[in-house]
Write a protein that binds this ligand. Structure first.
Ligand code: FMN
Length: 346
C-alpha cells in the first residue's frame, strides 16, 4: 500500500488520552496533512464515534493508532504491594490509594479494531511493537496502509520485513511514550536526524519522522534527511481544537522545567515535564505496562480534578518551549509558510 498522498507532508501525531479530537484531526487533514487518533486506551464505542464524527468533517487521510504489547499475567503479590505502597507514600495533600488491578489489564485489540475495519481510515499504526500478521493482511485487503514506530534501525528492519507500508521514526526528542519494542533492551537513544538518515540509507519504505519538530524549518530538515513526512505532537497540544487539559496547556506555555523520561506513570518510558511525581518515584518499585498505568489511575484522576500538575503526566517533547497557542488551521498555514521559506533559503 502506498503512503497516503499529502499536499503538506505534515502528520498530526496520534496522542492517546483525549488530546486528538475530530475537530483537530479534521483541521490538519483539511489543510493537506494527515490527522490521527491515539486510540490505545479507547473503548470500541469511543473509537466508532470518533471516526464517525471525523468523517462528517472531512474525507481526507486519517490514521488510527494503537499500542501492541505482550499479554501479562498477574504481578507477584509482593511487587504489587510495594508498587502500591510507593504511590501511597507520595507527598500529596491527602493519601491517594493506588487503583485496584482488575482483569483484563487493557482494552482488547481485536474489539478495538472492529471500528477500524468498518470505517477504513487511510492508515493504521502501531506503537511498542509489531501488529499480528493477520492485522497487516486484513488492513491490506481493505486498502489501509500499515505504519509502525521504530526507535532504531533494527526495529525498522523488522517493521519492513513484517510487510508494513511505512515506518514512523521516533527520535529521542519525542514527547509521550517511547515506541521502543523491548523496554529491557539497551536504548540507542538516537536523535531524530541521525535516526532518519540511518533508516533512509537502508529502507525502501517511506519514513515519517517524529520528535521535537516544532516549526517549518524543523520539518524541512527531516524531509531533506530522507523523510516522506513529519509527524508533530507537542506542536499541536495548545491548539484550540486539541483535547489538552488546561493544566497541561499551562505547564507547556510556562515551560519552566525541562522534559525527562519516566516509566513511573505507566510502566513504559515516556517523555514529559519533570515534576514532583517523577522525582519522588525515581528508583521506586513499579509494575510493567499497562498495569502501572492502571495503578496510577486514581492518582492521575485526583490530580486532574484538583488541577495539580505536579502529579499528572504532562507529556511533551524537547521542543515544548516553542509551542504556539492558536487554531490548528492557523498553525498548519504557518508551518507550511515556514517550510516553503526554508526550502527557498536552502
Ligand atoms: C501527549 C502525547 C501522547 C502521545 N501518545 C501516543 C500514542 O498514543 N501513540 C503513539 O504512537 N505515539 C504517541 N505519542 C508520540 C507521538 O506519536 C510522537 O512520536 C511525538 O509526539 C513526537 O514528538 P513531539 O511531541 O516532540 O512532536 C504521544 C505524544 C504526546 C506528546
Amino acid at each position: 500500500m502506498p503512503f497516503p498522498k499529502l499536499s503538506s507532508s505534515i502528520v498530526l501525531a496520534p496522542m492517546a488520552g483525549g488530546f486528538n479530537t475530530p475537530e483537530l484531526a479534521a483541521a490538519v487533514i483539511n489543510a493537506g496533512g494527515m490527522g490521527s487518533f491515539g486510540f490505545a486506551y479507547s473503548s470500541p464505542d469511543h473509537i466508532d464515534r470518533a471516526l464517525h464524527q471525523t468523517a462528517a468533517l472531512t474525507d481526507g487521510p486519517l490514521n488510527a493508532n494503537f499500542f501492541v504489547f505482550p499479554e501479562l499475567g498477574a504481578p507477584s503479590p509482593a511487587l504489587l504491594a510495594e508498587a502500591a505502597q510507593a504511590l501511597g507514600e507520595l507527598p500529596t495533600p491527602t493519601r491517594i490509594e493506588a487503583t485496584k488491578l482488575t482483569v483484563p489489564y487493557a482494552q482488547n485489540l481485536d474489539a478495538q479494531l472492529q471500528a477500524v475495519w468498518q470505517h477504513r481510515p487511510a492508515a493504521l499504526t502501531f506503537h511498542f511493537g509489531l501488529p499480528p500478521e493477520w492485522v497487516v493482511e486484513q488492513a491490506h485487503r481493505q486498502n489501509i496502509a500499515i505504519g509502525v514506530t521504530a526507535t532504531c534501525l533494527t526495529e525498522a528492519k523488522l517493521i519492513a520485513a513484517a510487510g508494513a507500508d511505512f515506518v514512523v521514526a521516533q527520535g529521542w526528542e519525542a514527547g509521550g511514550h517511547r515506541g521502543i519494542f523491548d523496554v529491557e533492551a539497551d536504548d540507542e537513544a538516537l536523535p531524530l536526524l541521525a535516526l532518519v538518515k540511518a533508516l533512509s540509507e537502508d529502507l525502501s519504505i517511506p519514513i515519517v519522522a517524529a520528535g521535537g519538530l516544532m516549526n517549518g524549518g524543523d520539518i524541512f530538515e527531516v524531509l531533506v534527511a530522507g523523510a516522506t513526512a513529519a509527524q508533530l505532537g507537542t506542536a499541536f497540544l495548545c491548539c484550540d481544537e486539541a483535547g489538552t487539559p488546561a493544566t497541561h496547556r499551562k505547564v507547556l506555555s510556562d515551560a519552566a522545567t525541562e522534559t525527562v523520561f519516566t516509566s513511573a506513570f505507566s510502566g513504559r518510558p515516556a517523555r514529559g515535564f519533570r515534576n514532583t511525581f517523577i522525582e519522588a518515584m525515581a528508583g521506586k518499585p513499579m509494575l510493567p505496562f499497562p498495569q502501572q498505568n492502571t495503578l496510577t489511575g486514581s492518582l492521575r484522576r485526583w490530580a486532574a480534578s484538583a488541577e495539580e500538575s505536579e502529579f499528572q503526566s504532562v507529556w511533551a517533547g524537547t521542543g515544548a518551549a516553542k509551542v504556539r497557542a492558536t487554531s490548528a488551521a492557523q498553525l498548519m498555514a504557518t508551518l507550511k509558510q515556514e517550510l516553503a521559506r526554508a526550502a527557498i533559503r536552502s
